[in-house]
Design a protein around this ligand. Structure first.
Ligand SMILES: Nc1nc2c(ncn2[C@@H]2O[C@H](COP(=O)(O)OP(=O)(O)OP(=O)(O)O)[C@@H](O)[C@H]2O)c(=O)[nH]1
Length: 234
């Protein structure tokens, strides 16, 4: 990991053999490894620096093991993730059921995590349409329901792989910009709201002029303290 600062924690989830590692390999190293399948054990981490407009964003990608044997471990890796790429194999309907399992988990455990559904191995459908086992429209309806984005990719040809990760980074940048904006709004609204509260609290009880003057000074000092304290918290 070499202590690199990561902007977005991304976790890859999905049944074993759906092609999570191949997706990461294609995106990070632009290659497709052929040869005997090697299942991931535990999880693997890789960071990739990319650009979104004039911003540099570092994605920290956790590639988890799909085998149910490692399910408990995968849970550790999605903690605090800003984005989850939930993969299923377009030629294997059971892998889509497993994807739904992960979506449910994320919805229950990681509210702030943006979900990207990814149907893998689309090249196999190019070869033979009849191999499709997961209907595009069904998944699109499901994705709309859970407010997820849907991609169909091929790590073999590279189809839509860059687009998927680019979207993850772009969404991160726009959400971060939105948070800065709303943070600003909260700060600018803070002052008038505080003063309004101070005014409510300062409604005068019948006291002497001298007491009133001291009270005003005390209120003003208190208002300053509250405003100052609020600004420091930002
Ligand atoms: N044709 C084709 N085969 C793919 C594609 N992606 C992955 N595969 C193959 O599918 C098998 C599983 O790929 P992996 O990337 O290892 O799958 P995984 O989801 O990481 O598997 P686990 O580590 O067990 O969770 C390998 O034999 C890959 O070569 C693809 O886009 N097209």
């Amino acid at each position: 990991m070499s202590g690199q600062r990561v902007d977005v924690k991304v976790v890859m989830l999905g049944k074993e053999y759906v092609g999570k590692t191949s997706l990461v390999e294609r995106y990070v190293h632009d290659r497709f490894l052929v040869g005997p399948y090697q299942n991931t054990i535990g999880a693997a981490f890789v960071a990739k620096v990319m650009s979104v407009g004039d911003r540099t964003v570092t994605l920290g990608i956790w590639d988890t093991a799909g085998s149910e044997r490692y399910e408990a471990m995968s849970r550790i890796y999605y903690r605090g993730a800003k984005a989850a790429i939930v993969c299923y194999d377009l030629t294997d309907s059971s892998s889509f059921e497993r994807a739904k399992f992960w979506v449910k988990e994320l919805r229950n455990q990681e509210e702030g995590c943006q979900i990207y559904l990814c149907g893998t191995k689309s090249d196999l459908l190019e070869e033979d349409r009849r191999r499709r086992r997961v209907d595009f429209h069904d998944v699109q309806d499901y994705a709309d329901n859970i407010k997820a984005q849907l991609f169909e990719t091929s790590s073999k040809t590279g189809q839509s792989v860059d687009e998927l990760f680019q979207k993850v980074a772009e969404d991160y940048v726009s959400v971060a910009a939105f948070q800065v904006m709303t943070g600003e709004a909260a700060r600018t609204n803070f002052l008038p709201a505080t003063l309004f509260l101070m005014r409510q609290r300062a409604s005068p009880a019948p006291v002497s002029r001298c007491c009133q003057a001291w009270k005003r000074i005390a209120d003003a000092l208190h208002a300053l303290t509250v405003v100052w304290g609020g600004e420091c918290k930002e």
